[in-house]
Design a protein around this ligand. Sequence first.
Ligand SMILES: Nc1ncnc2c1ncn2[C@@H]1O[C@H](COP(=O)(O)OP(=O)(O)O)[C@@H](O)[C@H]1O
Ligand SMILES: [Mg+2]
Length: 250
Amino acid sequence: MPTPIRTADPTYIVGRNLSKVFQLGDQQVQALDRVNIQIPRGQFAAIMGASGSGKSTLLYVLTGLDRPSGGEIIISGKPVDRIGGEALARFRREMIGFVFQSFNLIGTLTALENVALPGIFNNMPRLERETRAAKLLTFLGMGDRLNNRPNQLSGGQQQRVAIARALFNNPPIVVADEPTGALDSRTGTLVMELLRQLCSKNGKTIVVVTHDEGVAKYADRMIRLKDGRIIGDEHLGLAQPAEETLTDGL
Ligand SMILES: Nc1ncnc2c1ncn2[C@@H]1O[C@H](COP(=O)(O)OP(=O)(O)O)[C@@H](O)[C@H]1O
Ligand SMILES: [Mg+2]
């Protein structure tokens, strides 16, 4: 039996008193207002709320893609708000896979090359990174599309490529900002099922921003935001402790 990656430490991603103020001309927009949030390892948390409620800002601030105006962030014991530059970039690369609504694939590269891209930053030899990319794409049911460019793929297929790329460095955390926003509902369901599987079978900690109430079927927890504040935090009781984790580095 492989050792589960869960630990006794219940908190994994911690945001304390997080605020974010944007300056828009002479106006200040308080996108986050003293948010406190703790996400345990291995949880699938959904962040919900109306457009403009601060969901994306919370996700970006929590993962070090953006700086808070106040407050602290700790991920796996690391004070994310106090590191910067190359150290922060490396921490993000190793710890967090990012998935976006608009897929953010490079149009001139094939699916395989898009997924293998993070390996270039790690100086991984070409054969090794393409072998890993092919394995990930095959795992996500895209083994027959390795050499297609994004414009030859459906939205759902492009999102699977983006998820494969997010998994390339085997990060323990995967975050997604409206990953199904550009997909039809059937394809969106497949993407949500995939994220659920990455949580339950592979032990990943998943944080998904969405305004799709249907996410309740997949998430362990729903956090509701309004005007930059948490107004609801509901545990759905779906959490199945990861019995095992895959040993092949997915
Ligand atoms: N870069 C920015 N500059 C100015 N205001 C911003 C910026 N990003 C977000 N905001 C504002 O912050 C608030 C929260 O935005 P956001 O986190 O994108 O909300 P959501 O993802 O829930 O739709 C909104 O009022 C938005 O207009
Ligand atoms: Mg958003």
